[in-house]
Design a protein around this ligand. Structure first.
Ligand code: PHE
Ligand code: CA
Ligand code: ZN
Ligand code: ZN
Ligand code: ZN
Length: 287
C-alpha cells in the first residue's frame, strides 16, 4: 500500500481555502465556492485518466452538483465506492468539514492513477453536494440509480472530517448504523494496527453513508470527531486536550486551514489508501 503524501493532501486543502477566500468565505451549496471546488477536483481527476461526470440536482432553490469519478477497468459488477461531501456550511470554508475527506479521497484517487493500479474490483469515487442541508446530493445519487446499478455497489466507505484539531481516531461501528459492515469496520481498524489505537463510534445517519445504507449497501467509514468533547481517557490515549471538543471550529468561520491536525490527517488518509488497496483485490482483473 503506498504512503499517501501529506504534502499533496495539504495542497488540496490550501486550494479549497483559496477558493473560499475568493468566493465570499465559504464553499456552500448554491454558492460559487462550491462549484469552484468541484471544478478543482474534476480537473485533477480528468488529467490522470478518470471518467468523470457531474450530476446536477436542485435543492432550496439552488442548483447542486455531485462529482462521480470512475477508474477504468475492473469488474463492473463488483464496485468499491469511496466518498465524502465537498460542500461546506455557509459560515466558513469547511476545511476540516469536509475539505479533509474530499482532499483525502482525491489524493488516494490520484495515487491509484500514479501507480496504475489494476484492481479486480471496479473503483468509483463520489464527492457529494449539499450534505450540510440533509445528505441531499448522496441521497439524489442513490435514488436515481436503477436497481441493477445499486446492486453492483458492494461496499461504500465514507470520509467526513479526518483532520480534527483535537483528534480522535474513530471507525464507524458496524452495529452503530443500518447496513454497517463488520468486514469494512475490521479492514479500517486493521489499517491503524501498530500506529494508533482506534475506537468505534455510532455515527447513525449523520453523514452520506446513510444514503447508501438505506439502499442496503454495506457501509463503513472514518471520523476524527466534531462537536463532542474529548474525555480524559481519550486524551491519555491520543494526546490533545481533555474537556475540549474534537473540533472547536465545527460549522464555524474558524474551520480554516489552521484548523487541522496534520498527524491525524496523514494517518487517516493513509488508512483510506490501506482500505482501498486491501479491499479492491490486486490479482489479475477479469477480461
Ligand atoms: N456529517 C456531519 C457534518 O458534516 C459530521 C459528522 C460526520 C458527524 C460523521 C458524525 C459522524 O456536519
Ligand atoms: Ca502519508
Ligand atoms: Zn458539517
Ligand atoms: Zn461533514
Ligand atoms: Zn504516514
Amino acid at each position: 500500500v503506498p504512503d499517501i503524501s501529506l504534502a499533496n493532501v495539504q495542497a488540496h486543502l490550501s486550494s479549497f481555502q483559496t477558493i473560499a477566500n475568493n468566493n465570499g468565505g465559504n464553499r456552500a451549496h448554491g454558492r460559487p465556492g462550491y462549484r469552484a471546488s468541484l471544478d478543482y477536483v474534476k480537473a485533477k481527476l480528468d488529467a490522470v485518466g478518470y471518467t468523470t461526470s457531474i450530476q446536477q440536482f436542485t435543492n432550496s432553490g439552488a442548483t447542486g452538483y455531485n462529482l462521480i469519478a470512475d477508474w477504468p477497468g475492473g469488474d463492473a459488477d463488483n464496485i468499491l465506492m469511496l466518498g465524502g461531501h465537498l460542500d461546506s456550511v455557509s459560515a466558513g470554508p469547511g476545511i476540516n468539514d469536509n475539505g479533509t475527506g474530499s482532499a483525502g479521497i482525491l489524493e488516494v484517487a490520484l495515487t491509484v492513477a500514479r501507480e496504475n493500479l489494476k484492481p479486480q474490483k471496479h473503483l468509483r469515487f463520489g464527492w457529494w453536494g449539499a450534505e450540510e442541508l440533509g445528505l441531499i446530493g448522496s441521497t439524489y445519487y442513490v435514488n436515481q440509480l436503477p436497481a441493477a446499478e445499486k446492486s453492483k455497489i458492494k461496499s461504500y466507505l465514507n470520509f467526513d472530517m479526518t483532520g480534527s484539531p483535537n483528534p480522535g481516531y474513530f471507525v464507524y461501528s458496524a452495529s452503530g448504523q443500518p447496513s454497517g459492515s463488520l468486514a469494512l469496520q475490521q479492514t479500517l481498524e486493521a489499517g491503524f494496527t501498530g500506529k494508533v489505537a482506534t475506537e468505534l463510534t455510532s455515527v447513525g445517519g449523520r453523514s452520506d453513508h446513510a444514503a447508501f445504507a438505506r439502499a442496503g449497501i454495506p457501509v463503513g467509514g472514518l471520523f476524527t470527531g466534531a462537536e463532542v468533547t474529548k474525555t480524559a481517557a481519550q486524551a491519555s490515549k491520543w494526546g490533545g486536550q481533555a474537556g475540549v471538543a474534537f473540533d472547536r471550529c465545527y460549522h464555524r468561520a474558524c474551520d480554516t486551514s489552521s484548523n487541522i491536525d496534520n498527524t491525524a490527517l496523514d494517518r487517516m488518509t493513509d488508512v483510506i489508501a490501506y482500505s482501498l488497496w486491501t479491499l479492491a483485490g490486486t490479482g489479475t482483473p477479469p477480461g
